[in-house]
Write a protein that binds this ligand. Structure first.
Ligand code: TYD
Length: 141
């Protein structure tokens, strides 16, 4: 599954007036965008995320500053560096993610395929590993 996590380069429409990056749902990202949130003011030593989602796909973009994202599918891990405003990382459902090493000016924009539902978060890493080992990829089974 880890190979489904990938960087996406967005088209840049900048001109002499400055930069403009466009992200359209179902075109530039592989889902319709239902939710947008952003994370800023996180210290360098903070680790955010630490969860997997049953249903939600995400695209993360550092629109300012930098951060790192470690993805984990229970077998393999990979670290992505988010360091340019026109680069995003696509995360499928059921991948464990940690966001960390935030620069002071980091603004991490997150696009999500679903509305917020606390019930679809898996926040216990041991439980996540067990589910992945047993192939329990759906909520409630
Ligand atoms: P949390 O999931 O801990 O953020 P992160 O993934 O960056 O570690 O969310 C922090 C708080 O915000 C928590 O109380 C849940 C709430 N929240 C919402 O209400 N809606 C949302 O879309 C998100 C992402 C979080």
């Amino acid at each position: 599954m880890i190979e489904k996590c990938r960087l996406i380069e967005f088209s840049q429409k900048g001109d002499e007036r400055g930069h403009l990056v466009v992200v359209e749902g179902n075109q530039d990202v592989p889902f319709g965008i239902k939710r947008v949130f952003y994370i800023y003011g996180s210290d360098k030593n903070v680790i955010r995320g630490r969860h997997a989602n049953y249903n939600t796909e995400f695209v993360l973009i550092n629109v300012a500053g930098t951060s790192k994202v470690k993805v984990d599918d229970g077998t393999n891990q990979k670290v992505f560096h988010l360091d340019r405003p026109h680069i995003g990382i696509y995360l499928p459902r059921m991948v464990w993610k940690d966001m960390y090493d935030f620069s002071e000016d980091s603004v991490l924009l997150v696009l999500a395929s679903q509305h917020y539902d606390a019930q679809e978060y898996i926040r216990d890493y041991e439980e996540y590993l067990k589910m992945m080992r047993e192939g329990k990829m759906e909520r409630g089974n």
